[in-house]
Design a binder for this molecule. Sequence first.
Ligand SMILES: *Cc1c(COP(=O)(O)O)cnc(C)c1O
Length: 664
Amino acid sequence: MNGYFITGTDTDAGKTSITAALLRALLNKGESALAIKPVQTGCTQTKSGLQAPDAAVYAEFAAPYFPHGYPDVCCRKFIPACSPHLAAEWNDETLDVDQLTREVQAMAQGRSTVLVEGAGGVAVPLAAGCTTLDLMQRLDLPVIIVVGNKLGAVNHALLSIEAVRNRGLRVAGVIMTHTTAPAKADMPLLRDNTKTIAREGHVPVLADIPFLDGPDYGKSLVQYADKALALLQQQKDDCPEDILFDRKHIWHPYTSATNPLPTVKVRSAHGVRLVLEDGRELLDGMASWWCAIHGYAHPNLDAAAHAQLGRMSHVMFGGLTHDPAIRLCRTLREMSPNGLEHVFLADSGSVSVEAAIKMALQYMQASGQTARTKLFTVQGGYHGDTCGAMSVCDPTNGMHHLFSGLLPKQIFAPRPACAFHQPFDTRSLDQTARILEANSHEIAAIIVEPIVQGAGGMWFYHPQYLQGLRHLADKHGILLILDEIATGFGRTGKLFACEWSGIVPDIMCVGKALTGGYMTLAATLASENVAHTISRDGGVFMHGPTFMGNPLACAVANASLDLLRTTDWETNVHNIESWLDQSLAPCRDLPDVTDVRVLGAIGVVEMKDEVNMANLQEFFVEKEVWLRPFGKLIYIMPPYIMSREEIFQLAGAVHEAIRTNQHR
Ligand SMILES: *Cc1c(COP(=O)(O)O)cnc(C)c1O
């Protein structure tokens, strides 16, 4: 959709005439333009239905171009002349922003430019919990603000500009109007209004229109509109070479610099959808790699970021502390399994794993067990891409052999063989126990992902296996590190995956969903024993990233955890689990599929062979879903707010892709 959203500083700013004049100016240029009024209040009842006053003005200005009459461009019409939320309420209706957005998009089909006129100012309510700003954000058009030039105009205009920009929207400019003839004595003040708004709001003035009267009123207005359009045309920043630049100069994850896989350009995201540059919306089945559990652009998280931004984005954590970090660490201590008393804030998952490994080594040093410098883990794991973390990733499937010269040699047991949904086979621990026993004198810690091995193969193993590891660690005086970076905060159906086994680790890493996917933040939690041993005899923990405890990230994490604690995520994840189970079941019958498994809000289809990622990605984008397979795996891990219908849409796309051999 191409065009502008036109809003005003208040109801009487004159935006309807401006919209109509811009419409006429566009039509005069040969454009297939349309002015749309999503919600019209103050309608009059006539024999042929409700008469919309604003649409009547559009019709009058655009008359020569619509010989058969101007189309009905109002999604909702109401008789009371008041705020849309109230008019709707009096009519026993509720306005729905998503619905309005879809209807406007449908009307815009085939039009080169649309002008969407709001009702009153930007904060005018449409329904409980949503205002015109929400509609503007969903439509994602540049915004023209019509400013009634009078006493108070600067305040109204600057507040509107700020509110619009806070939603990530571009203010294309302001249009200054006079709806009544100003007194001569006021003229200097009104002229200054225009200058001040342009300077303080950093916006172009597209037109500064004097009070117009008389028979040529409409014609003059269109002339002003025409000049405004010329200014708007200059701003167009179409940059088709962006994708080319991206391809030539930007490294994406695990990608060649010279022969990269294609990338898809995203303009914005909301709820469970990613909006592409061309306006198409993809249903997001990845939650941006486990992170966006509440969906995108959640109002609580947005508000938390804005509020913190107003105070401070960052201060060093050495010698300083602040409320966002204190509150976050308090919450993490409360939420996490009992016994994890000390919180170290890190700036990414990998860094939190490095911190965990260093804690384990410092613990052994401090307790005089200096030979214990190695880590014990299982194959098929993934713990991040920094060097310490890489040393405990699966040694073959991560291409980490490239770095074998640099990485410390750790001790590996086979992948936990016993699947989550199978009866437990005690023998699956035998070899693990043997290897651990043989090397226990040099092992500082066991490190594993609890229950779900993520990027190393999306494998779900049995809770009793994890209990076995806890037991072995205790038996040999070794620490247990659980990497809950992917599994933490509800993904597997428990708040933390280790709850499936009823065990508590000595050290635990969290990250990914911690900020609801807004920005990078992670934490390493340690037991009192670990923390106190390291700190014995004046010992200090030797780590301290520059952006440790970043207040902005902590503030958003606080909002995300508050949301988690006040919404019924457990029911949502449980529902998603059963929908994934049902919707992915048909994939079992496809010949190239070897396994379909579901746990919590994770659905996995494992194929016989490595899939053609580029092919599949293109197919999925065509089907308007976002899934990013890797290796032999096509998997779904949606935001927790996804509906049954949407889960079935994702699973349907997966089934169709495999059925039509897009994976080959
Ligand atoms: C993603 C992930 C990491 C690494 O986190 P980053 O934030 O990417 O550094 C570590 N462990 C697990 C289990 C993960 O899924």
